[in-house]
Design a protein around this ligand. Structure first.
Ligand SMILES: [Zn+2]
Length: 335
């Protein structure tokens, strides 16, 4: 039987050695250390904030700051914050004939700690038929099979402040909102959107990204990677299409190029035009709505009587990439 000697003890030794020069250093548990980030200096307002973490993944050690988002191997971190100690570290590792730590930085799995946050909220499913939130979703023809994935919150800002202290300084106009949770592929909650029921509300959507989350993409938990994947602008719109993701705002970070991007039908919207152009240049296939489609988004198309099948047909027949897409984009935005 082959016995592998753990390489981690040198790292742990140097984590302890460097700890004296790290502000507010504390060991949270066996393989998690927390302190003020020496890269960005951490919060200047709050001297007690500690957002730098050293953590372990597969017997290797990494650094990440939740304030500046700097992330690297422990090796690189040590080199940056204490070059002379780093030299000793390298020598000691060399003596142990160890290879360099991997350059691929695994994701620090922060999210499970938030998985309880929806507890205490009511699913739309569980509300009485007369409840205005349920009434609203039915009016918008949102498929009822998703009513157990959507929540109702009476005081959105107050609730969010319990999850992220001081997220909202003021609780003025703290109205009820529909809560649309975002999950990763492992069903961990990564963020959520609060949608106002009041059409006059200035902030129709409030998007919350949970700590440690890089890419806020909606629908990841139910996507099939072997089938055509669509991606639309709004989470609620995505519920009408098969195998569909949604982004929050026009932020496409983390989306793979195999997604067919379906943005709203707003040819006068400069941001949408620019986003489409950028996506085409990056190699995405995009839907350029034909002139006979007048509705501005998928929900409106459903409201005006189109079926999911009708809409998928339109999308599939009007999806372009490369030069062809650029040509269609200029045609679309001119008429
Ligand atoms: Zn930092």
């Amino acid at each position: 039987m082959e016995i592998k000697v753990s390489s981690s003890y040198i790292d742990v030794k140097y984590i302890n050695l460097i700890s004296t020069s790290l502000e507010k250093f504390k060991q949270n548990h066996t393989n998690l250390w927390n302190f003020r980030c020496p890269i960005c200096g951490d919060s200047q307002k709050n001297q007690n904030k500690r957002r730098g973490f050293i953590y372990e993944k597969a017997n290797k050690y990494f650094y990440r700051c939740h304030n500046c988002d700097y992330g690297t191997s422990f090796n690189k971190f040590l080199e940056k914050v204490n070059p002379s100690l780093h030299k000793e570290y390298i020598t000691e590792r060399y003596k142990e004939k160890q290879s360099e730590p991997t350059s691929i930085i695994p994701k620090f799995n922060f999210t499970p700690k938030f998985n309880h946050v929806l507890q205490g909220l009511s699913t739309i499913d569980s509300l009485s038929d007369k409840h205005p939130a349920k009434f609203y979703l039915r009016k918008r023809k949102i498929p009822e099979k998703y009513f157990n994935k959507l929540y109702y919150c009476t005081k959105f800002k107050e609730w969010t402040n319990k999850i992220i202290p001081n997220k909202f300084q003021s609780l003025k106009q703290d109205t009820p909102r529909l809560v649309i949770p975002f999950f990763d592929g492992d069903n961990n909650i990564i963020g959520y959107q609060g949608r106002s029921f009041d059409p006059k509300d200035q902030c129709k959507y409030i998007t919350i990204k949970l700590q440690g989350v890089d890419n806020l993409i909606y629908g990841q938990e139910r996507i099939n990677n072997n089938k055509t994947q669509y991606c639309v602008e709004g989470p609620l719109d995505s519920l009408f299409l098969p195998n569909c993701l949604a982004i929050a705002g026009l932020n496409f970070k983390g989306l793979t190029v195999k997604n067919v991007i379906v943005l709203d039908n707003e040819k006068r919207n400069k941001q949408i035009k620019e986003a489409l152009h950028k996506l085409i240049m990056t190699g995405y296939s995009v839907c350029i709505w034909p002139d006979n489609i007048k509705e501005k988004d998928i929900n409106d198309m459903i409201m005006s009587g189109k079926t999911t099948g009708d809409i998928v047909d339109v999308i599939d027949n009007n999806t372009y990439s490369g030069l062809h897409a650029d040509f269609q984009l200029s045609r679309w935005s001119k008429c």
